[in-house]
Design a protein around this ligand. Structure first.
Ligand code: HXC
Length: 262
């Protein structure tokens, strides 16, 4: 497909592989539109269903992960149109249906909807070149895909206000200090590091990985005591898996585990 707005590749040679999704509107700095978000949503769901896939990595270009929603597409939209079409956010929550880990590998600009997309991922690995921001205020709008909610949860109120109200960009080092980013790596190592992280996860028990992700996500919803009780019950449930027996037997026998993902 020559006009694909995303490109996909499979990586790794183990029983569970990594699906790499590359946002592919490089001339527009991967500005997000409905067609791209539709393709991204379909790919995420397909890889989540595919039993040979352990992890998904989303990346952009060297210059931009994504510079936000496509301003040329939305410049002339009126209220009724954005309200009724739910421009680019109509399937934004598709990412939340994905039970496998999604790693964002971010180089260059991750602005507006691009920063919001990166924040929806489970692990965020940044190149030293990465720049994060919610600059919507400069064009007379505000973040509309979770930026005012997820950014304060990640970096605290004061820095989130600073970024949202001044539209300034935060470099990778600041983003790591603030807790937005899992780790920062040299730009030329970005994809290798993201794929290595995915590979490490692929070797683990699929049910444990999916449930660990679900538990961490619970930390952002509801109360602490509900979250801890949810975790406790999920922890108990993993003793029903063959992988728990295999993981613990392998540890005691001082051999690598062979997980069957069941
Ligand atoms: C459409 C965009 C774009 C965008 C860049 N381009 N960002 N097109 N939508 N968000 C296009 C430019 O128009 C230009 O096209 C080409 O990409 C290269 O960009 P330049 O500006 O020439 O590059 P540079 O000087 O390096 O500046 C990079 C930049 C700047 C700092 C990232 O492009 C910029 O400020 N972009 C807008 C960032 C932004 O405001 N994002 C938030 C959008 S609103 P041509 O044709 O001239 O080569 C949003 C709301 C989401 O995200 C809410 C969800 C509903």
């Amino acid at each position: 497909m020559t006009d694909a707005l995303i490109l996909t590749e499979m990586h790794g040679d183990g029983p569970r592989r990594t699906a790499l999704i590359k946002l592919n509107r490089p001339k527009q700095l991967n500005a997000l539109n409905d067609a791209l978000m539709d393709q991204l949503g379909e790919a995420l769901l397909a890889f989540d269903r595919d039993e040979s896939v352990g992890c998904i990595v989303i990346t952009g270009s060297d210059k931009a992960f994504a510079a936000g929603a496509d301003i040329s597409a939305m410049a002339r939209f009126d209220y009724m149109h954005v309200h009724q079409s739910d421009f680019i956010t109509r399937n934004w929550e598709t990412m939340l249906q994905v039970r496998k880990p999604v790693i964002a590998a971010v180089a260059g600009f991750a602005l507006g909807g691009g920063c919001e997309l990166a924040m929806m991922c489970d692990v965020l690995i940044a190149a030293e070149t990465a720049k994060f921001g919610q600059p919507e205020i400069k064009i007379g709008i505000i973040p509309g895909a979770g930026g005012t909610q997820r950014l304060p949860r990640a970096v605290g109120k004061s820095k989130a206000m600073d970024l949202v109200l001044t539209a300034r960009m935060m470099d990778a080092a600041e983003a790591e200090r603030a807790g937005l980013v899992s780790r920062v790596v040299p730009a030329e190592r970005l994809l290798d590091e993201a794929l290595a992280a995915a590979e490490a996860i692929n070797a683990l028990s699929g049910p444990s990985v999916a449930l660990a992700k679900e538990c961490v996500n619970r930390a952002f919803e509801g109360t602490l005591s509900d979250g801890v009780m949810f975790e406790r019950r999920v922890f108990h449930s993993l003793f029903a898996t063959a992988d728990q027996k295999e993981g613990m037997d392998a540890f005691l026998a001082k051999r690598p585990p062979q997980f069957g993902h069941s």
